[in-house]
Design a protein around this ligand. Structure first.
Ligand code: ZN
Ligand code: ZN
Length: 345
């Protein structure tokens, strides 16, 4: 089979390797669709630690080809969406329900081989059956949406809230839709890229602003009679936006840092301000127990995902999609084995 292997930070290569054999509780999946994520780009660029060589790709879905001897829930030909985060189940964090902080977390596509390959092994516990009407592309978006479900839970958006979201890429637009579902009265998206702002409008975001600090601050002041936003979510991965988020939130409000900022950057934060204004500042990390919720929201049509997909590509174009994100308006989806059927390239 063909697979894209990260040989070392900065070096990715298409290689052939034998189709793997599933262990007792594993499924062998034919990968039908795998989303290209900002994390993959950060890993290739060397900004995110990873042990090489590894097959990247953690947002994927496919068809079960073979089941390990002890698999109980699936049979060949089952169509599944994959939660890539394989946890141990026995560490101190897993046993407290904090599986996203598992001490032996081994994500498919980051630690274990992932979805930029024609076939992948997936533990049965990480596969979720999808409806016949759900496309594999939709099923590949479940993982990022599951992370956003966690983000919205961390933000605890309430009915009638004013919610500001920095970043209107695929993640920011999923968060915006979830904020609306939670009952936000006004959702404001902030992004410097005009095509993203346009898409945000199409998806029903109430106010869309370029990333001009003064304009954003004025808009929030106007919309809230000077009080500030109830919730501000930073999803752009820009430290400056993480800082601005704290300035925009009202007394007693919540800030969620969702985007992955460069590891060694610092911002200045006034402890007095956090104390005096009783601010909540939270992180949000991956997808603890949210994959099924995200899948249901997509299958019930509550969250629109088709608009977020900009390109269908084969493995041959993966490197370009990772290195030149500016050439892709939204999320590219890789079809590792079947480029022609999707009318690609
Ligand atoms: Zn991702
Ligand atoms: Zn664990």
């Amino acid at each position: 089979m063909r697979q894209a292997v990260l040989k070392e930070p900065g070096v990715i290569a298409l290689e052939r390797s034998p189709v793997p054999t599933p262990g007792p509780r594993e499924l062998l999946l034919r990968v039908e669709a795998c989303g290209v994520c900002g994390s993959d780009r950060a890993i290739l660029a060397g900004h995110h630690p990873v042990v090489t060589p590894v097959v990247l790709g953690h947002e994927f879905a496919g068809t079960v080809v073979e089941c390990g001897a002890l698999v109980t829930e699936f049979e060949p030909d089952a169509r599944v969406s994959v939660d890539p985060n394989v946890v141990c189940g026995t560490c101190r964090f897993c046993r407290r329900g904090l599986v996203n902080h598992c001490e032996r977390l081994t994500p498919l596509g980051i630690t274990l081989p992932g979805g930029y390959a024609e076939y992948a092994l997936v533990p049965e516990t990480n596969a979720y059956t999808i409806q016949d009407s759900t496309t594999f592309e939709m099923a590949a978006i479940v993982e990022p949406l599951a992370c956003c479900v966690r983000g919205i839970e961390q933000a605890d958006v309430q009915l009638g809230d004013v919610v500001v979201i920095f970043g209107a890429g695929p993640i920011g637009l999923l968060l915006a839709q979830l904020a609306r579902l939670r009952g936000a009265a006004l959702v404001v998206s902030v992004d410097p890229v005009s095509s993203r702002r346009e898409l945000a409008r199409t998806l029903g975001v109430d106010a869309v602003l370029p990333a001009d600090t003064g304009a954003v601050s004025d808009a929030v002041t106007d919309a809230t009679n000077g009080i500030g936003a109830d919730v501000v979510i930073e999803s752009s991965g820009q430290s400056i936006a993480a800082q601005l988020a704290v300035d925009l939130v009202r007394k007693g409000g919540a800030v969620v840092w969702f985007g992955v900022c460069p590891q060694h950057e610092q911002i200045s934060l006034s402890p007095f301000l956090v104390n005096d204004r009783e601010l909540t500042v939270r992180g949000s990390n991956i997808n603890p127990f949210t994959h099924q919720t995200a899948l249901t929201l997509i299958e019930r049509g509550r969250v629109r995902v088709a608009e977020l997909i900009s390109d269908h590509i084969g493995l041959d174009s993966l490197e370009r999609a990772l290195r030149d994100p500016q050439d892709f308006a939204g999320k590219p989806i890789v079809h590792p084995g079947d480029v022609v059927a999707h009318g690609v390239e």
